[in-house]
Design a protein around this ligand. Sequence first.
Ligand code: SAH
Ligand code: SF4
Length: 373
Amino acid sequence: MISLIGLNRTQLSEALESAGVPSAQLKMRAQQISHWIYVRGATSFDEMLNLSKQLREQLKKEFTVALPEIVEEQVSVDGTRKWLLRFPAGGADRPAPVEVETVYIPEAERGTLCVSSQVGCSLTCTFCHTGTQKMVRNLDASEILAQVLLARHRLGDYPDAEMDPEIIAPLSGRKVSNMVMMGMGEPLFNFDHVKQALLIALDDEACGFSRRRVTLSTSGVVPGIDRTAKEIRCMLAISLHAVNDDLRDELVPINRKYNIAELLDACRRYPLAANCRRITFEYVMLKDVNDSLEEARELVRLLRGIPAKVNLIPFNPWPGSKYECSSKKQIGRFANYLMEQGFESPVRTPRGRDIFAACGQLKSATEKTIALK
Ligand code: SAH
Ligand code: SF4
């Protein structure tokens, strides 16, 4: 069954044409269905009341707009929610179902959805739990966008939805107001599908996220950064984590392919090319590894000339991890130094640690699922 989730209006129109919808109707039908899926959050053709019964029946035979199955939902004491979602098998390249994690982080003024782009990750950053999971496969645009639609559906984030009083969400505005490609996987190794999903997320007539509220995070895939500037133009976050190549080679092994100098050159090009104000640099605080004041000074030197904000992420431990989080005091010193030098440098409050939903803690059991087959 082909999912219509993840198709833009042109592709929807092509799909409808292949199903025998008369050509004079294609544009209007595509628009109506797009509106139902992305704006109204319909999860079945039966809800699409401005389509004739006959057309709905015809569509049901070939297509689906169903959301993925929620295998597990965990809610943290701080209101963070983590879903384990299952996408079915199908076709030669999908021999088994796969599972991914999606995390919702509510704050007073915004609700951020942390979306996965791959099942596992082909990179092996030494401090990241996802990096210990074998790369299983890329998610397609439908699976990436389905995470957004599922969260909105589950949270009641549509105009006429009922609000579950148990759910913690921002005080006003949309419950899912922000989207970050910071879940499992390296989004720029799955560029075409991520692009397709983000363009629909950013489309005013589809999911309608503002460009300032959609952020793609990369470990530093330089050619993908230039393409993102030209083809997606969303906000960019760079997982920097080290200020010299020796250490970054170890922590973020893709550095051996694209070193710090090349990465920062791409970052210098990005704001102008993507018309965005500044870039976020993510820096995980690892005790006695990358957290000295000398390194803070070097960071300031490296970032000179780049409109940047630095997000300091306290290391989130996971079973078997070999690092410790820097002390509060040291993180404070590091942050203060950056601030004195004119960089906004918030320390990211770990969210959902109790349910393993914090940065770098995601890992699904898909390896096991596959092994059992
Ligand atoms: N693959 C992309 C997207 C994942 S984003 C990337 O690496 O940028 C997840 C963010 O959390 C990245 O900045 C990552 O480096 C960071 N991270 C990974 N493991 C972590 C951990 N254990 N504690 C804190 N941050 C971590
Ligand atoms: Fe992959 Fe990002 Fe984790 Fe590195 S930090 S292993 S790139 S998900």
